[in-house]
Design a binder for this molecule. Structure first.
Ligand SMILES: [Zn+2]
Length: 427
């Protein structure tokens, strides 16, 4: 029964409520709360003194009377029996005697806060004030107690259980929000995780940028990000972050299958969205320039996958091309043949050299299909690996992309319009 005497040693020094005493013996017994443990130990201690008093142990009464105020309610019956008076119990020296009522009250507050943010899956964090944790450490080390639990842990678990009983789910792997509880003050702080929507977008007009493009006169182009403003309003979020699998140039449209994208809404208050409502609102706000199709919700871990350009296996483009001096059918066949399965060596294009490092990339063209439109104009479908700069594949970029339309034809070719028709992500 060593552990009972250790508990008695602690109680001789300071008052502890049932829960705060029980926490020091949290690994003993199974399926009990620390409240049960603390109360059980105290009852055994009271019985131990009663037994000694009955056996005629003269010192026992005096010892009992001095420790009883630190034990509290469990000692009050015997105290009255032995003295005829009421026990003046002292408040717990760790929690001030408020822990029990705190747990019940704060659980209701947490649930209310979760409701405001439309959160169902939560985790709890705890910030004890002052030196509560230090006091616990000191008691444990002075009395050589191991297997104890900190008040922080207990509040987390107990509040978590109570909040779950109010219809929420504790989720340690992918919570929608974390609520941090101040003890004993009861102040709450909530960290709401982003809502991440997976879908695709289409850009039906030119001169639309993917992200907001600042200039001194405001946004330089209308952007896909701006088209998503209705989503921000509907989800009642703070901001939107856009994670697309690659991007097309400002002057290129995104047609065909659309481009896979993750849209992150930060700190939303609404987490269950009617996708069709959002899609309709985006369509209206952008006057049909931008369209979205949302397919579901995604995890944070998927964001990284979308950000890497290499996640795009291949793309199909449609290009309107001008060839100096026009072009004949025979040359077109030669061009298609030369580019079928061609390995392309591409240095960073001159037009973006200011923003990106000058490196050489090895890319691939799978297939090219062209038709003559008349005059110098041809229209080509180009299937190529992700990350290939198509405008430079056509122009040659002063020899920085090889081979190129210009090089194969022996005449200057340039891209007038570019559309992306198909983006195939690596799955
Ligand atoms: Zn306490």
């Amino acid at each position: 029964m060593d552990f009972v005497f250790k508990a008695l040693g602690v109680l001789r020094e300071r008052p502890l409520c049932d829960r705060c005493l029980g926490r020091f013996f949290a690994r003993l017994g199974y399926g009990w709360s620390n409240l049960d443990r603390g109360s059980a130990i105290k009852r055994v201690i009271v019985m131990y003194y009663h037994w000694r008093v009955k056996s005629g142990d003269r010192g026992a009464l005096e010892e009992f009377l001095s420790v009883a105020p630190n034990i509290g309610v469990e000692a009050s019956g015997l105290y009255r029996l032995l003295t005829g008076g009421d026990l003046g119990a002292r408040p717990c020296s760790i929690c001030g005697g408020v822990l029990e009522s705190f747990l019940d009250k704060v659980a209701g507050d947490v649930a209310g806060l979760l409701r405001v943010y439309g959160v169902r899956r939560f985790i709890i964090g705890v910030k004890p004030s002052g030196d509560i944790l230090g006091v616990e450490e000191e008691i444990a080390s002075k009395h050589s107690l191991d297997g104890w639990e900190s008040i922080k842990n207990e509040i987390k678990r107990e509040v978590g259980k109570r909040v779950e009983s109010l219809g929420f789910t504790a989720d340690f792997t992918s919570p929608e929000a974390m609520v941090i509880i101040g003890f004993p003050g009861g102040g709450l702080e909530i960290i709401v995780n982003s809502l991440i929507l997976a879908g695709r977008y289409w850009k039906r007009g030119r001169l639309v940028s993917q992200a907001y493009w600042p200039s001194f006169e405001g946004a330089k182009y209308y952007s896909i990000e701006e088209a998503l403003t209705p989503l921000l309003r509907i989800a009642e979020g703070e901001s939107i972050v856009f994670h697309a699998a690659g991007r097309e140039d400002v002057d290129a449209r995104m047609l065909g299958t659309g481009r896979p994208v993750l849209v992150e809404v930060k700190a939303p208050r609404v987490r269950e969205l009617e996708f069709s409502e959002v899609e309709r609102a985006v369509q209206e706000a952008s006057k049909g320039l931008v369209a979205f199709k949302f397919e579901g919700y995604a995890n944070r871990s998927m964001v990284k996958v979308y950000k890497e350009e290499a996640t795009v296996k291949s793309k199909v483009y449609k290009a309107l091309i001008a060839v100096r001096g026009g072009i004949e059918e025979g040359e077109l066949a030669r061009l298609e043949e030369a580019l079928r399965g061609a390995a392309i060596t591409q240095r960073t294009p001159l037009r973006i050299l200011r923003r990106k490092k000058d490196i050489t990339r090895a890319k691939k063209v799978y297939e090219v299909k062209c038709r003559i439109l008349g005059g110098p104009l041809i229209e080509c479908l180009i299937k190529a690996s992700g990350g290939l700069y198509v405008k430079e594949l056509i122009s040659g970029d002063n020899g920085r992309t090889r081979p190129s339309f210009t090089e194969i034809l022996g005449r200057e070719a340039s891209c007038l319009e570019l559309d992306v028709l198909l983006v195939t992500p690596i799955s």
